[in-house]
Write a protein of this length. Structure first.
Length: 81
């Protein structure tokens, strides 16, 4: 299955793209997606563990099973004051 992923803020800057897609096996989880992201974008390896993955606009745990029709986003940590 093909999963489209949007990258936001610092994740976008580190990857050098606002969106990308990954070919994953049916039944792949958010954990599998994280591994695919790091393989394709090594610049995210130390950063991705600090990011949340949103699936259909809700944060998803690493064991969440993905489908091709879901909207996926990489949400970096936010700071401010």
């Amino acid at each position: 299955m093909i999963v489209w992923v949007k990258l936001f803020a610092a994740a976008r800057q580190r990857a050098g793209t606002p969106a990308t897609n990954f070919s994953l096996a049916e039944g792949a989880t958010v954990r599998d997606l994280r591994a695919a992201i790091v393989q394709e974008y090594p610049t995210l390896a130390d950063f991705l563990p600090h990011c949340r993955i949103a699936v259909d606009r809700d944060f998803a745990p690493d064991d969440h099973v993905l489908t091709e029709t879901q909207e996926v986003g990489i949400i970096p940590p936010v700071s401010g004051g």
